[in-house]
Design a protein around this ligand. Structure first.
Ligand code: ADP
Ligand code: ASP
Ligand code: MG
Length: 424
């Protein structure tokens, strides 16, 4: 008997028929003798719908007071899901009970709309499991030290599931979704994308942090920190397929680099449309200027991603960086009203219509010329690179948003990711 955590995403929970299917699948695992904790997301579209209602009443505000209420509202999506799934399981003859985040409780900090899990008390859940019940726990949510309901950021049910698996030392955490695993890139953008049988934890971490929305980055961080065996697989296979076959399907996030396996140089391509670029033109090129610009940005709690400073002409330079698109207006205002005048910048410019495209692969450590191959492929498509950032296992470029799909397709081809050997 093993303790298994299943997570089902919004599409997998999208209708009562689909919820019935989820229940039948979970029932199969119970009948095979496993203890089951199930973490569903809200039904597809529901979180957007709920947040949309709030936006109608307060279009622009992101004050802590409004954010608190957004969490109050958004958390109800998962509350409906857990109740429905528990009923569907009971209808299958499987005893089950549902809990919201605060009932477990899943303790978080108080950063509304992007709270971090601090601890999980599994006493109640363990007691239910011991009593032979399936425990259905709402994803995406927790409770802070003052009993306020919090949510974990979009896609946060992944993190709930992995954190619960970590806290309970589950034997495995299975993330059921609307694709049958992790692909070389988003198959919605590149139909030739191939499923990876395994992906190393480090690559998955990079893919998630660079914008691949298949897993929320914090879920991968948790899996790494607590060594949670993690697999991404399809919820759309027939529920009654052989359980052993199902248990081996999809993509395993692997913690071991297989020395024997010929590593593909590039394993995957990620992209991110959520950033915006800002530039201070004609700032004095002198010691401390980066700090003078980025210090106030950091103080305003704005995260910075790619940074570029040009060579100077006549003692003046241009300084660009990217921020989350949600922070674009705030950053522009800060630069125009405060940082620009303080640094004697000639002008402030901004471009919210950019995107970041990245190639990822641990094979990049031991191969040279990977970045230049990337740049060549982009130049052959006439795509201008605005910024570049690299680390040991990734190279990212910032380009005009309108070329994103073209860039992803060109790179997928250039690195032979549609070939079996590259994806194996
Ligand atoms: P869920 O609702 O199950 O959490 P998500 O929509 O959050 O599902 O994530 C699954 C989606 O992630 C897929 O439908 C796919 O379009 C997208 N995706 C992005 N990058 C990848 C990738 N590398 N491999 C597979 N799917 C990806
Ligand atoms: N329902 C939440 C969202 O849409 C959490 C999740 O689906 O993981 O972001
Ligand atoms: Mg998701």
């Amino acid at each position: 008997m093993a303790l298994i955590v299943h997570k089902y995403g919004g599409t997998s929970m999208g209708s009562t028929d689909r919820i019935r299917n989820v229940a039948k699948r979970v029932a199969k695992w119970v009948r095979a003798g496993h203890q089951m904790v199930v973490v569903p997301s809200a039904m597809s579209g529901e979180t957007n719908r709920l947040l949309g209602l709030a936006k109608e009443l307060s279009p622009a505000s992101s004050s802590p007071e409004v954010n608190r209420e957004l969490d109050m509202i958004a958390a109800t999506g998962e509350q409906v899901s857990v109740g429905l799934l528990a009923i569907a399981l009971q209808a299958e003859g499987i005893p089950s009970v549902s809990y919201t985040g605060w009932q477990v409780p899943v303790a978080t900090d108080s950063s509304y709309t992007k709270a971090r899990i601090e601890s999980i008390d599994d006493k109640r859940v363990r007691a239910d499991l011991a009593a032979g019940k399936v425990v259905v726990i709402a994803g995406f949510q927790g409770v802070d030290g003052d009993n306020n309901i919090t949510t974990l950021g979009r896609g946060g049910s992944d993190t709930s599931a992995v954190a619960i698996a970590a806290a309970m030392k589950a034997d495995e955490c299975l993330i059921y979704t609307d694709v049958d695993g992790v692909y070389t890139t988003d198959p919605r953008i590149v139909p030739e994308a191939r499923r990876l049988h395994t992906i190393s934890f480090e690559e998955m971490l990079e893919m998630a942090s660079l914008g691949s929305k298949i897993l929320q980055i914090r879920s991968v961080e948790f899996a790494g920190k607590y060594r949670v065996p993690l697999r991404v697989l399809s919820s759309f296979t027939p529920w009654d397929i052989d359980i052993n076959e199902e248990a081996k399907s999809g993509t395993l996030i692997s913690f071991e680099e297989d020395e024997k396996m010929e590593q593909a140089v590039v394993s995957g391509i990620a992209f991110n449309r959520d950033e915006a670029k800002v530039t201070l033109l004609g700032v004095p090129d002198k010691p401390g200027i980066a700090f003078q610009i980025l210090g106030p940005v950091a103080e305003a709690n704005i995260d910075i991603d790619v940074i570029i400073q040009n060579v100077s002409h006549d003692g003046k330079t241009d300084f660009s960086f990217t921020v989350h698109r949600n922070d674009y207006a705030r950053t522009m205002e800060l630069l125009q009203n405060t940082v620009g005048p303080a640094t004697n910048a000639a002008r402030v410019a901004g471009d919210p219509k950019i995107c970041k495209v990245s190639i990822v692969g641990i094979g990049m450590r031991s191969h040279v010329g990977v970045a230049s191959k990337m740049f060549r492929a982009l130049s052959e498509e006439g795509i201008n690179i605005q910024m570049i950032s690299t680390s040991e296992i990734k190279t990212s470029v910032v380009i005009d948003e309108k070329y994103m799909e073209l860039a992803v397709r060109a790179l997928h081809k250039a690195f032979d990711l549609d070939q079996e050997s590259a994806a194996a």
